[in-house]
Design a protein around this ligand. Structure first.
Ligand code: GTR
Length: 328
């Protein structure tokens, strides 16, 4: 059949309309991260995006912006708050000033081990913490483990004497500032992306993080002694902008929540493998690891007691600490 020009125009117009209607509804949520594309946090959010896309028949998806390309954790949290950015994956430390419950899992030496962390943070207490983000204008979607944070410098840091007067980079968080001060050292808050240069130029003597971040950001080049102080297991968190969330349908919200939850076991597998690989890589790169058994842990634990009192400072927060401590 030969189409009349007028009919052809109508057909094209209808097709254009249909396509633009579906693209108007399709959404690609943008999510920020300070880590590189292949870091477990980013792979987990990309996995979540694939799950979400499947669940919504291709309507919703996620694009990850890594390497601090959208700014520091503090900047991106602010963007999410005002709805200029859909999602962000950061350490919970970035929320210490806005969500009091987020302070609790960072308390020094709170978790007995990784099993204790997983039982509580992927269970009832983790859910409580995630729910608390809502009041501050965020939808808490998932917590991800981040191993244990330890101190690294040019020299071993085994006891309080070794810590004296050291300039140590911390995340911009009052709890981390207090944690380092309690050890007799001097905290310097700065964004993650600046730590490499800070260590290189001697602006700071030391920093603290897990082995995968120590390796990824090449901090071992200037701070080659990693002392397993394992002083905090502060988790990662993935949040959605409440402003944008409220524009989504109930079905979309449920699909996002489910995809985020499903990304957790996927992440945990990646994280386990990453910790092993990173440990091997830093050793190969010339770093030295002082094992936890060589650290005077009890003196660190005792020194941190005031930090618990300062930050677990309401009946609700104290009872959350108790619940975590009691979990078997
Ligand atoms: C990493 C964490 C990042 C960031 C970084 C830091 O372990 O994954 O989100 O918080 O530490 O120390 O700034």
């Amino acid at each position: 059949m030969k189409l009349q020009p007028i009919k052809l125009c109508g057909l094209i117009a209808a097709t254009v309309l249909a396509v633009s209607a579906s693209t108007a509804m399709a959404r690609t949520f943008r999510s920020a991260d300070v880590h590189a594309k292949d870091f477990p946090t980013n792979k987990a959010v990309a996995f979540m995006g694939d799950e979400l896309s499947k669940a919504t028949g291709g309507k919703d998806s996620i694009k990850v912006f890594g390497d601090s390309s959208l700014g520091s954790e503090k900047d991106t949290v602010e963007q999410v708050k005002i709805g200029a950015l859909d999602m962000v994956r950061v350490n919970t430390a970035s929320f210490h000033g806005i969500v009091p419950e987020s302070l609790i899992p960072a308390l020094p030496f709170l978790f007995r081990d990784m099993d204790h962390f997983r039982k509580t943070m992927y269970g009832a207490q983790g859910d409580k913490i995630l729910a608390a983000f809502e009041k501050a204008g965020f939808v808490g979607l998932a917590l991800y483990e981040s191993g244990a944070r330890s101190m690294y410098a040019k020299k071993p840091l085994k006891n309080l004497q070794d810590m004296k007067g050291l300039k140590i980079r911390v995340q911009p968080s009052d709890l981390f500032v207090s944690l380092v001060t309690a050890l007799g050292a001097s905290p310097t808050p700065m964004p993650f992306a600046e730590v490499y240069t800070g260590l290189k130029t001697g602006l700071i003597d030391a920093a603290e993080n897990n082995i995968p971040s120590y390796e990824e950001a090449k901090h071992y080049e200037s701070a080659p002694v990693f002392s397993e102080t394992m002083h905090s297991m502060s988790p990662e968190v993935l949040v959605f902008s409440k402003k944008i969330w409220d524009t989504l349908s109930k079905e979309e919200q449920a699909a996002i929540r489910k995809a985020a939850k499903d990304s957790v076991p996927y992440y945990v597998k990646l994280w386990d493998a990453k910790e092993k690989d990173a440990r091997n890589a830093v050793l190969k790169g010339g770093a030295k690891i002082i094992p936890a058994s060589d650290i005077d842990r009890q003196s660190f634990v005792n020194a941190e007691k005031p930090v618990w009192d300062k930050f677990a400072n309401t009946p609700e927060l104290k009872s959350l600490v108790q619940e975590i401590a009691n979990a078997k």
